[in-house]
Design a protein. Structure first.
Length: 135
């Protein structure tokens, strides 16, 4: 890992507007400053999905200040764990990194009732990830 005491995780989805932002929000909330958190998209949207913001607000996590960011090779190189969410081959690959692909429905264009189960699925995956990263 880049820093013996602080692992870094990069969440990647196409638009960096829903799934990856919710995952980053949960990881920041659960792990605090013990994990470095990044998120990016292969084709970032103009803004975060307002339904994703609303779904996270329901569980007390504010992601309103986040902005979609473009995926860079540097972000991948600087991360220990790269978690992709439907970005396919757009993600650069570097040997020695831990890669996971989380198959999650895309919340884009969905209503709050469809986004809540996606949010809850992400929360469960983040809790497992934190358990693996932080002994």
């Amino acid at each position: 890992m880049t820093d013996a005491t602080k692992p870094s995780v990069l969440f990647v989805c196409v638009h960096n507007a829903g799934r990856s932002q919710m995952a980053a929000g949960f990881l920041r909330d659960i792990a605090g400053d013990r994990v470095e958190v990044r998120s990016a998209g292969s084709m970032p949207a103009e803004q975060i999905n307002p339904i994703a913001v609303e779904a996270m607000a329901e569980v007390g996590i504010d992601i309103t200040s986040e902005q979609p960011k473009v995926l860079t090779t540097e972000a991948v190189q600087a991360s220990d764990v790269v978690i992709t969410m439907g970005c396919g081959d757009a993600c650069p690959f570097f040997p020695g990194k831990r890669y996971e692909d989380w198959e999650l429905d895309d919340p884009a264009g969905q209503g709050i009732d469809a986004v809540r189960p996606i949010r809850d699925d992400i929360r469960g995956r983040i809790e497992v990830l934190v358990g693996e990263l932080l002994p």
